[in-house]
Design a protein around this ligand. Structure first.
Ligand SMILES: [Zn+2]
Length: 228
């Protein structure tokens, strides 16, 4: 059927309206998709739990008025800040000078579904020894060993006396584990950032502080890159 002049015009008008509505609809869907992509957490939302060792009444190792708990917290906040600047979600077992039990630290990380747990400490010894070492569980699987190796490589690039390697278990007992390594559900490691009891290591810790913080953060980020 052929419509009259007005009818044709009217149909054309309707088609135009339908076309315009479709265009707006498509634009809305496109905008909404972009918005949704933009709101997705970065890289599938890895969450890094940074653990500043000791705190509050537990001062950790000491040396000439210097407390391990303070060095650990300072480094933890610096590492976390770099990770956050890179769009990575960070949770902290403590952000101030307070006591948190070892079990509570692990429970916190488990509750947060952290991807990795990284505990920061300073070493101590009766002798004049130097360097960085990283501890992982005695029965550790590959993910932990790789994470620890990546962090240690980055620290080694800056240089921190002797590279004392990635070690399994617990100092003085290879079959035991640090609580924070044993009780965490996710890959974890405990970094001993030089000896607080060795003046030279403290000098290095202070002098290269920013570079060490960056090295630890970069090591962690290398660990959460998608696996090939
Ligand atoms: Zn410690």
């Amino acid at each position: 059927m052929i419509g009259n002049k007005f009818g044709n015009n009217s149909n054309r008008g309707k088609r135009k309206t339908v076309f315009a509505v479709l265009c707006v609809g498509i634009l809305c869907i496109a905008a909404l998709s972009l918005w949704r992509i933009g709101s997705v957490a970065p890289s599938g939302e890895p969450i890094i739990c940074i653990d500043a060792g000791h705190g509050g009444s537990d001062v950790g190792a000491t040396y000439e008025g210097r407390y391990e708990k303070d060095d650990n917290l300072r480094l933890a906040l610096a590492v976390g800040e770099i990770l956050e600047e890179n769009g990575i979600k960070v949770v902290y077992t403590r952000t101030k000078d307070e006591f948190v039990s070892l079990e509570d630290r692990a429970k916190f990380a488990n509750k947060k579904y952290a991807t990795y747990f990284v505990s920061l400490h300073r070493n101590s010894a009766d002798t004049d020894v130097s360097g960085v070492e990283i501890w992982i569980r005695s029965d550790s699987h590959n993910d932990e060993a790789k994470l620890a190796a990546k962090i240690l490589d980055k620290i080694d690039e800056v240089g921190f006396g002797k590279n004392r390697g990635v070690k399994r278990g617990y100092q003085s007992n290879p079959n035991a584990d640090y609580v924070v390594n044993k009780s965490t559900d996710m890959p974890s490691c405990l970094i001993e950032m030089g000896f607080i009891t060795t003046a030279r290591d403290n000098e290095l810790f202070d002098k290269n502080f920013d570079e060490y913080a960056r090295a630890v953060a970069e090591g962690i980020m290398a660990g959460i890159e998608p696996k090939e």
